[in-house]
Design a protein around this ligand. Structure first.
Ligand code: ADP
Ligand code: 5GP
Length: 203
C-alpha cells in the first residue's frame, strides 16, 4: 500500500502537536516529518526531535539548493519540510503526518495531489488564547502576534478536506484517527491486496 501524506494545520496553540503525538503512539505505520526552522527552541523542545533548529543563512542555502518540498515564513520565522525528512518517512510505504501552515499545505497539495488536508480548530478564539498562555512557552508579545495571525489563518480552513474541533482532546484524537483509518480502507489503496487475494482488478 502506497503511503499517504496527512497535513495537519491550525493556529498555534490549537493542539496539533498534542494530537500528532497521541496518533503516533496509537496508530502503526504513521511517520512524522521533522521540519527545519529559524525559530529559537522553546525550553521543552529538543533538536532533531521537535525541529531541526538552523540559522537563517543555513535555511536560505537549503532553499537555494532546492532542499525543501515546501517552506514558508510564519510568525516572522522560516519553516520548511525537507525532501530528506519526507523521503526518509515515506520510503517504507508509511503514511506521514506534516504539521505545517496553510501556505505549506497548498504547496504539498500541488505536489502530491492525493494528500489529505486536516485543519484543527480551537473551540473559540478565547480558548485558543487561554491555551497559548497556559502552555507557558511564549511571552506576551509572541502570544499577541500569534492571536492576530490566528484570526487571519483560521479563514483558510475552508480549503481543507476535514476540520477537527479540538474541544475535548481525546475526542479530537479519535476523530483524527478515524480520518487516517478510513483513508487506509479506501478501495483504491487496497487494489493490490484485492487483486492478489481474489484476482479482482480495481478499475
Ligand atoms: P499546537 O501544536 O497546535 O501549537 P499544542 O499541542 O502545543 O498546540 O497545545 C497547546 C496547549 O494546549 C498545550 O499546553 C496543550 O497541552 C493544550 N491542549 C491541547 N489540546 C487541548 C484540549 N483539548 N483541552 C485543553 N488543553 C489542550
Ligand atoms: P510553532 O512555532 O508553534 O512550532 O509553529 C508555528 C507554525 O509553523 C505552525 O502553524 C506550524 O504548523 C507551522 N510549521 C511548522 N513546521 C512547518 C513547515 O515545515 N512548513 C510550514 N509551511 N509550516 C510549518
Amino acid at each position: 500500500m502506497e503511503g499517504r501524506i496527512f497535513v495537519i494545520s491550525g493556529p498555534s496553540g490549537t493542539g496539533k502537536s498534542s494530537i500528532i503525538k497521541a496518533l503516533r503512539n496509537q496508530v502503526n505505520g504513521l511517520g512524522y516529518t521533522i521540519s527545519h526552522t529559524t525559530r529559537a527552541p522553546r525550553s521543552t523542545e529538543q533538536e532533531g526531535v521537535d525541529y531541526h533548529f538552523v540559522d537563517r543563512d543555513r535555511f536560505l542555502r537549503m532553499i537555494d539548493s532546492e532542499g525543501f518540498v515546501e517552506w514558508a515564513e510564519v510568525y516572522g520565522h522560516l519553516y520548511g519540510t525537507s525532501f530528506c525528512s519526507l523521503n526518509e518517512q515515506m520510503s517504507e510505504g508509511s503514511d506521514v503526518l506534516l504539521d505545517i501552515d496553510s501556505q505549506g499545505a497548498d504547496h504539498v497539495r500541488s505536489r502530491f495531489e492525493s494528500s489529505v488536508l486536516v485543519y484543527v480548530l480551537p473551540p473559540s478564539l478565547e480558548v485558543l488564547e487561554k491555551r497559548l498562555r497556559e502552555r507557558g512557552t511564549d511571552d506576551e508579545n509572541t502570544i499577541s502576534r500569534r492571536m492576530d495571525e490566528a484570526i487571519r489563518e483560521i479563514k483558510n480552513c475552508t480549503r481543507y478536506d476535514y476540520v477537527i474541533i479540538n474541544e475535548d482532546l481525546e475526542c479530537a484524537i479519535e476523530h483524527t484517527k478515524a480520518i487516517v483509518v478510513s483513508d487506509r480502507c479506501r478501495t483504491k489503496r487496497n487494489e493490490r491486496l484485492i487483486r492478489d487475494r481474489f484476482g479482482i482488478r480495481v478499475p
